[in-house]
Design a binder for this molecule. Sequence first.
Ligand SMILES: [Fe+2]
Length: 168
Amino acid sequence: MPDFPYVISHFDKHIQLKKQLLQAFKEQKFPGVKNNNELIYKTDWYTEKDVQREYLKIFYDPITEHMSHVFNSIKHDNPIYQTFWVTQYKKNHTFGKHHHRQSSWVSIYYLELPKNTPITHFLNVFNEDVFVPNIVEGDIITVPGFVWHWSPVNISNKTKTVISFNVE
Ligand SMILES: [Fe+2]
């Protein structure tokens, strides 16, 4: 068991919206990232906030409706959505250990999670245990922003795509 609260929910519109969301993200020219903590195929994390995200036009209403029930269940009233971003991993891509210190909660929605692509790992800071949740494609995990986590190297030839969002 991890040393922090977390919620796993399943996005009820996953099957319905998956293709549209992937297509909308694919059509926008967001960059890859290569630095000492990240090797990422494509993300809009570093793209200016005022650049319209086409996928958000599809995603925002259904996901905030879904998450209102999740946040109710953990007594987090009036969630404020700070940022949404997509991260796409192909073979050998990874995101090193980090946390989201400015956010009460961070959610990761597994839009594309083929077999053998890596699930996010989470750290128990008291004993260095690593928590790997039971996640399937279409799930959303919500954890406190202070929790250290990372995406291990994708050893498969398949693409993993997540949409993350920070909440205060
Ligand atoms: Fe993260």
